[in-house]
Design a protein. Structure first.
Length: 438
């Protein structure tokens, strides 16, 4: 993917290109905008453009050189992305293992991918979190890593020889086992920033720009923020930092004031819908519905488009609400079914999955309210359900729809980080409030 393939953000991209062309690259950038809007994608492409060996006259990365491929595949030695969510980290590892499946057993490409996982994924992350591990866990992980390294070396050295050795499948299983042992990362601590500082003042290994992308920079601990500030006060040559956060106010003022702030706005839903239709050969109405659900966040729209279980969860959530009996006695059963639907989503913790289905539910009641108040189906989010919604909207009173929408939104807020409410209890109360309002 190059700049030209990114959905929206033309103004931001043109600005970043101008910095490269005019040799006005800043040392620190702060990309702000909602999750899924495209901050990480643009940051990675900025890194590609800075390091591309065959940059086009239009300041587009070529996507073919060694540097571009390395950034795409996550093993460029001078481009670092700090991971905070282990789920994303494990997903990347699993994607690399899937590449092995395509490459075939014991080919050079397979061995190269496995070594990249070890050198550029597992080893750096283990170093990143080592101080947070208990002595027992650290010892267990180190033992497994040593065994993995030994097995990879044996596999490389013994290729073509008639010797008994650990096979590719066993090695892939070992990698997955190690990734599952790594703890969940909630805060970005000082150890991560120390790791950056150790390399920031050294020369780039490949001779280009060193780029450090810090995702979810809003969860920097105070100690980590102070350590980062020291680097930003005396910025290294040919080294930039790109911090990603929802809002400027989420970042310590001392860091924000030293950053070049770039705001990412929501992308027009028509542009997202067109992309979905072209990329995934999606039905027009479904593409428009997903684009509307994304609220201008291309990453979220792509996630729904690619995830069949997430799309099924949407269908099942809407069906549950459409077929819900009028009887308040159904509340507990509805809550149970809602939780069951949410559990079928693969990614995320339980609260995240339920919140995702609550967004689907919110869109359903919002659409019915729009039809009751305005009668304009062009304003619907679930546009692919237009005919059904038009047929049933008069079955619901305006008071009920207001009450139901409020109940869903209240449940969503109570499951936000910082609150410690039981998911199942929230759902039961939501449906009791909702059905009691019928």
């Amino acid at each position: 993917m190059a700049f030209k393939d990114i959905i929206g953000h033309k103004g931001v991209i043109d600005l970043l290109k101008s910095y490269i062309r005019e040799k006005r690259v800043h040392h620190t950038y702060l990309f702000v905008g909602p999750k899924g809007v495209g901050k990480t994608t643009v940051a990675l492409n900025f890194a590609k453009a800075l390091n591309c060996e065959n940059l086009t006259p239009h300041t587009e990365p070529c996507d073919k050189c060694r540097s571009c491929r390395a950034i795409d595949e996550g093993y460029h030695p001078d481009v670092r992305v700090l991971y905070l969510q282990m789920e994303v980290f494990r997903k990347e590892i699993n994607a690399m293992i899937d590449e092995c499946e395509k490459a075939g057993v014991e080919t050079e490409e397979t061995l190269t991918i496995l070594n990249r996982i070890f050198l550029y994924k597992l080893e750096p992350f283990l170093e990143f979190i080592k101080d947070e591990l208990t002595g027992e866990t650290r010892k267990e992980l180190r033992g497994k890593m040593d065994k993995l390294k030994e097995s990879l070396n044996e596999l490389r050295d013994e290729r073509g020889e008639d010797k008994k050795r650990l096979g590719i499948e066993e090695i892939k299983a070992m990698i997955r086992e190690i990734s599952e042992l790594l703890p969940e990362k909630r805060m970005l601590g000082i150890d991560a920033i120390k790791a950056i500082r150790q390399t920031a003042y050294s020369s780039a290994i490949w001779g280009g720009w060193k780029v450090n992308i810090i995702g979810k920079a809003e969860v920097l601990t105070r100690e980590a923020g102070d350590a980062l500030l020291k680097v930003l006060e005396e910025p290294p040559e040919q080294c930039i930092f790109i911090l990603l956060a929802p809002n400027v106010g989420d970042i310590p003022p001392t860091i924000a004031s030293r950053s070049h702030i770039i705001k990412f706005l929501s992308v027009e839903k028509e542009e997202i819908a067109q992309f979905l239709r072209e990329k995934y050969a999606m039905d027009k109405d479904l593409a428009y519905a997903i684009a509307s659900l994304s609220e201008g966040r291309p990453g979220f729209a792509i996630k729904i488009a690619k995830d069949e279980k997430l799309k099924k969860a949407r269908e099942n959530t809407l069906r549950l609400l459409m077929d819900m009996p009028l009887n308040p006695d159904y509340s507990l059963r509805a809550a149970e079914r809602f939780a069951e639907i949410a559990s079928q989503i693969e990614e995320g913790e339980d609260k995240d999955k339920i919140q995702q289905c609550l967004l689907f539910a919110s869109s359903f009641f919002r659409d019915l309210l729009i039809l009751r108040l305005a009668g304009d189906s062009s304003l619907l989010i679930n546009y692919d359900k237009k005919r059904y919604l038009e047929r049933i909207h008069k079955n619901y009173s305006i008071d009920f729809l207001h009450s139901a929408l409020s109940a869903v939104q209240r449940a969503y807020r109570l499951l936000q980080p910082g609150f410690n409410f039981d998911e199942r209890l929230c759902l039961e109360v939501m449906f009791l409030d909702m059905l009691g309002g019928r």
